[in-house]
Design a protein around this ligand. Sequence first.
Ligand code: SF4
Length: 142
Amino acid sequence: MTRRRIVCVSCPVGCEINVDIDQGSIVHLEGNRCPRGEDYARQEAVEPKRVLATSVHVAGGTYPLVSVRTSTPVPLERIPDMMEHIKRLTVSAPVRLGQVLDRELLGTQADLVATRDVPQGSPHPACTPPAPAGSRPHVAAD
Ligand code: SF4
């Protein structure tokens, strides 16, 4: 039998919940102050999930990236594959807050949703990366 200590993050109280697992099944659970904690600990012990928040490349926008999040929590073990997939995505400006940029991310029930607007236009000067130290400015050929 193994014991896992899980901190419930469903509210600011942060109860420490002990979960005893025997052969893949939860046989005892204690430390939660309310039923939400039991639901959270059972989910966390068996199939932990998280809302994934990251950013996606934008072409032709005033910012080179748009912040995104999944519409629902996704299995924690799928997040590395999802990050690889998201790194390769590029969307075209304009992007609107709430716009779905990728449906049913890698076969899950979660959509990838923009969490801000990115209008069409030239990148903001603050978003243009500085030239590497010691590099020469680029001069266009005639
Ligand atoms: S078990 Fe209930 S009281 Fe405790 S942190 Fe979770 S939601 Fe809050």
